[in-house]
Ligand binder design. Structure first.
Ligand code: NAD
Length: 452
C-alpha cells in the first residue's frame, strides 16, 4: 500500500521547478521579433541563460554581434544580455538543450482574411524532432481558441521520434504544454512590462503551474486560467474590445464632422465620468500586428460553430474604410483651395502605425499612400523612426524619409502618425495645407488646418 502511495505521488515537475528556482533552467525563445526579443532580455536580466531561435540569418547575426534592429531596444541591452549568456541561432538542434521553449512567431491573416498558422506549425514541426521528456513548451503567438490543443499538441506528439505524449499531470511522463498571450503595448511606457499580469492556461494543472513558475520570475503577477483555450480567448477578447470601440469612435468622428462637433472635446468631457467609460480615440484606420488581425481569428473559428461574429465584422468594415475617408477629406480640402490631387505633391507625416514606434505592419499610412498614388498624387513621407522603406508584404514603396525642411514645397501635408517629436506649430506655419487625422494640431488656430 505504501509503495502505491509513493508511486502515485511522483512529481515529474520537481526537477524543472528546482532549475527555475536556481536559474539553471535553459530558456529557448523562438521568434526574435517585437515580442520574443524583449522577452529574451527580461529572462536574461533575471540571470537565465537564454537562446533565441530565428529563421532570419540577419537577425541572428545582428544579435550575436551585440547589435539591434528594434529602435526601442538599444544595442547595449543586447550586449548586456550576451554577457549573461544570451545567444541567437538558426539551429533547431539546440532545442534539445532547452528546459523551456516559448514560441513567439507571427500569426497573420492570408489573402482571404483567414488565419495563417504556417509560422506556428512550421515552428512546432521544427521543435518536435528535438523534444525531450520534461520540457515545457509555451505558445505566446495570438491565435484562435483551440490552437494549442488542436494544432500544437497533436503536431508535437506525432512528429517527435521518442513517441512522447503531453503530460496532463505531474505524475505522467511526457512534455508539458501551455498557452500564455503576450499583452505588450509597444510605445506605451505607462506600465512597466513586468507589471502587466501574465495570463497562463496549461494542458493540465502541472503545465499551468510550471508555466506560471517560469513567468513569475519576470512578471509581478501571473493569472492562471483553466485551459489554453480560455487563455487564447482572453487575448482575443482584449483585442476585439479595442477594435470594436475604436470602430465606434471612428464612426462617430464622421458624424461629428458633419455636425460640426469636435469629438475629441466630447471624449475628454466623457472621460471625466469616474466609472463606466473608457476613452478610445478615432484615427486614420487600424494598424499593427494585433488589432486589425486578431479579431478575424475568432470570426474564422466561429464559423465552425455556425456562428457569425457580427460586431467584429462591422468593426472591421468601419475601420477598414478609414483610410478611404482620409483620402476623400484630402481631395475635398485641396479642391476647396482650387487644387486637384492628381499631379499635386503630398507629404505623409508618420509611416509607423502609431506614435513613437518603428513598426509599419498594417499601418494605415501605407494604404493612404497607395490610395493617393492611385489618384495621381506624387507622395513622399517623413518618419523619424523609419529612415527608408522598401518592399513589404502588401506594398513596394521603395522610398526614403523626406526632411521636414522641404514642407513648404508640398501642396498638402497629411498627419497620419502623431509622433511626439514633431513640432506641430512649426509644421502648420510652414505648410500650405495640413490634413490632420490625429488631432495632433489641437489648439493651433490656422485656416490651413483641416481635421478629419
Ligand atoms: N508586436 C506586438 O506588439 C504584439 C503584441 C501582442 C501579441 N503579439 C503576437 O505575438 C506574435 C509575434 O509577434 P511579433 O510582433 O513579435 O512578430 P515579429 O514579426 O516581430 O517577429 C516574429 C519573428 O519570428 C521569426 N520566425 C518566423 N517563423 C519562424 C520559425 N519557423 N522559426 C523561428 N523563427 C521564426 C521571424 O523571422 C521574426 O523574427 C504574433 O502572434 C503577434 O500577434 C504581438
Amino acid at each position: 500500500m505504501r509503495g502505491i502511495v509513493a508511486l502515485t505521488s511522483l512529481d515529474n515537475t520537481t526537477e524543472l521547478r528546482n532549475r527555475i528556482e536556481t536559474r539553471d533552467a535553459r530558456i529557448g525563445i523562438v521568434g526574435m521579433g517585437y515580442v520574443g526579443l524583449p522577452l529574451s532580455l527580461l529572462f536574461s536580466e533575471e540571470r537565465f541563460r537564454v537562446t533565441g531561435f530565428d529563421i532570419d540569418p540577419r537577425k541572428v547575426e545582428t544579435l550575436n554581434t551585440g547589435g539591434t534592429y528594434i529602435v526601442r531596444i538599444p544595442g547595449p541591452e543586447i550586449q548586456l544580455a550576451r554577457q549573461n549568456g544570451f545567444t541567437a541561432t538558426e539551429d533547431y538542434g539546440q532545442i534539445a538543450q532547452m528546459d523551456v521553449v516559448i514560441i513567439c512567431v507571427p500569426t497573420p491573416l492570408n489573402e482571404y482574411h483567414e488565419p495563417d498558422l504556417s509560422y506556428v506549425t512550421g515552428t512546432v514541426r521544427s521543435i518536435a524532432p528535438h523534444l525531450r521528456e520534461g520540457q515545457l513548451i509555451i505558445l505566446e503567438s495570438t491565435t484562435y481558441p483551440g490552437t494549442t490543443e488542436e494544432v500544437v499538441v497533436p503536431l508535437l506528439e506525432q512528429d517527435n521520434p521518442s513517441c512522447l505524449r503531453v503530460a496532463r499531470d505531474a505524475a505522467s511522463p511526457g512534455f508539458y504544454v501551455a498557452f500564455s498571450p503576450e499583452r505588450e503595448d509597444p510605445g506605451n511606457d505607462s506600465v512597466a512590462r513586468r507589471d502587466i499580469p501574465k495570463v497562463v492556461g496549461g494542458c493540465g494543472p502541472a503545465a499551468a503551474d510550471l508555466a506560471s513558475a517560469i513567468y513569475a520570475t519576470i512578471f509581478s503577477r501571473t493569472v492562471l486560467v483553466s485551459s489554453p483555450a480560455v487563455a487564447e480567448m482572453t487575448k482575443l477578447l482584449e483585442n476585439i474590445y479595442r477594435c470594436v470601440n475604436i470602430a465606434l469612435v471612428n464612426e462617430l468622428k464622421q458624424l461629428c464632422i458633419r455636425m460640426n462637433i469636435d469629438l475629441f472635446e466630447v471624449i475628454d468631457a466623457a472621460k471625466t465620468k469616474p466609472f463606466g467609460f473608457q476613452p478610445f480615440y478615432p484615427g486614420p484606420g487600424l494598424g499593427g500586428h494585433c488589432i486589425p488581425i486578431d479579431p478575424f481569428y475568432l470570426s474564422w473559428k466561429a464559423k465552425e460553430f455556425d456562428f457569425h461574429t457580427r460586431f467584429i465584422e462591422l468593426a472591421g468594415e468601419v475601420n477598414l474604410a478609414m483610410p478611404y475617408f482620409v483620402v476623400e477629406n484630402i481631395i475635398e480640402a485641396m479642391s476647396q483651395r482650387g487644387k486637384a490631387l492628381c499631379g499635386s505633391r503630398v507629404l505623409v507625416l508618420g509611416l509607423a502605425y502609431k506614435r513613437d514606434i518603428d513598426d509599419l505592419r498594417e499601418s494605415p499610412s501605407l494604404t493612404i499612400i497607395e490610395l493617393l498614388q492611385k489618384r495621381g498624387a506624387h507622395v513622399e513621407y517623413n518618419d523619424p523612426f523609419v529612415p527608408s522603406v522598401g518592399r513589404g508584404r502588401k506594398y513596394a514603396l521603395n522610398m526614403r524619409s523626406t526632411p521636414l525642411e522641404q514642407i513648404p514645397e508640398f501642396d498638402c501635408v497629411v498627419i497620419v502618425t502623431d509622433h511626439s517629436q514633431y513640432d506641430y506649430a512649426g509644421i502648420v506655419s510652414k505648410a500650405k495645407l495640413v490634413v490632420d487625422t490625429r488631432n495632433a494640431t489641437r489648439g493651433i488656430d490656422s485656416a490651413n488646418v483641416v481635421r478629419c
